[in-house]
Design a protein around this ligand. Structure first.
Ligand SMILES: Cc1ncc(COP(=O)(O)O)c(C=O)c1O
Length: 324
């Protein structure tokens, strides 16, 4: 598939590492485990959004934008990476944030991603209600502004993970691995959708498992299919079938961003076996799904680490209580 037709800015370091995780595999008692390190791709503390932003901001720069507006929860990783990318590109960044998670206190409200948003020079608007968010949005929007959706998840953003699928399948092939299961967190959807679409277009025989961290499996599946179909349209391809994709929602617990005991335990497992740090909101909950799934499989399992380390510090008091 040809992605060169789309304008793109360079934001990350590619390819990201694909690391063997033998001590984690031994602890799970299943097949070989690999970790795809999209958490260590450079700019602004890294993470999955950089792949989407290369295409989203590529288009914005081409159309002469001077400002990027986007949305998210207070500890949005997408907002932080957008702010870092805007700093690098010399664009103004307006972050319209709302309280979507029942967490409070100085760590959650001011540390983690929030302090980095300020350091990257973004204008951070913390809104108490959706109505206030609309008011702020109307105030900052203007002719030179480009608005990005929550999580950078639209058809163009999805292409970032179509490119990632090509990269990952190539890296697996170099190791002689033709068939594997890739486990990925799903929030706004474009990461899993791009991976699902890319692997299908490549004719890869492996499977993709998306662990929803926010929506029901039914809603998350519908969103994944919608985004993959829209992105396929951009590439001039028919709607994908996505028969190799499964979606679950049984590791969310009480809700988006609300810690669970299993999540804290799996963060400790990854850290103590491989020195890999996950986050409480996305990769931690996906890792619980990964931990349940891996021992049931015989083929290699790839955990796609989508980043989120700054968000961990928003939960610092809770983490201290868990691990001290
Ligand atoms: C660290 C991390 N992992 C995974 C995701 C989910 O990606 P997507 O929104 O593309 O489903 C996000 C989204 O914010 C994230 O910040």
């Amino acid at each position: 598939m040809d992605l060169t037709a789309f304008p793109r800015v360079s934001l990350g370091s590619w390819p990201t590492p694909l690391d063997d995780a033998p001590r984690l595999a031994a602890a799970l008692g299943g097949p070989p485990v690999l970790v795809k390190r999209d958490d260590v791709n450079g700019l602004g503390a890294g993470g999955n959004k950089l792949r989407k932003l290369e295409f989203l901001l590529g288009a914005a720069v081409e159309q002469g934008a001077d400002t990027i507006i986007t949305f998210g929860a207070l500890q949005t990783n997408h907002g932080r990476q957008t702010a870092a990318a805007c700093a690098k590109l010399g664009l103004r960044c307006e972050l319209v944030l709302t309280a979507k998670v029942p967490m409070s206190g100085p760590a959650y409200e001011q540390s983690g991603n929030v302090v980095l948003d300020h350091m990257f020079g973004a204008n951070v608007h913390v809104c108490a209600t959706p109505e206030e968010a609309v008011e702020v949005y109307d105030r900052v929007n203007h002719a030179g502004a480009v608005t990005l959706p929550v999580g950078g998840s639209n058809a163009l953003g999805t292409l970032g993970y179509v490119a990632a699928a090509v990269e990952l399948v190539g890296q697996l092939g170099e190791r002689g691995i033709d068939d594997a299961c890739v486990v990925v967190p799903q929030g706004s959807g474009a990461t899993a959708a791009g991976l699902a679409l890319g692997t299908e277009l490549l004719g890869w025989p492996g499977t993709v498992h998306a662990a929803s961290v926010s929506h029901s499996a039914e809603e998350a599946t519908a969103e994944l299919h919608r985004l993959a179909t829209d992105a396929a349209g951009l590439l001039g391809r028919a709607a994908p079938k996505l028969g190799h994709v499964t979606v679950t929602d049984d590791t969310i617990g009480a809700g988006y961003g609300v810690p669970t005991d299993e999540m804290w335990a799996v963060l400790k497992l990854f850290a103590s076996t491989e020195g890999v740090i996950l986050d409480p909101v996305y990769t931690g909950k996906a890792a619980v799904a990964f931990e349940r799934l891996a021992p049931t499989l015989t083929k290699p399992v790839v955990f796609l680490h989508t980043g989120g380390l700054p968000g961990f510090y928003g939960y610092a008091p809770q983490a201290v209580n868990q691990y001290r």
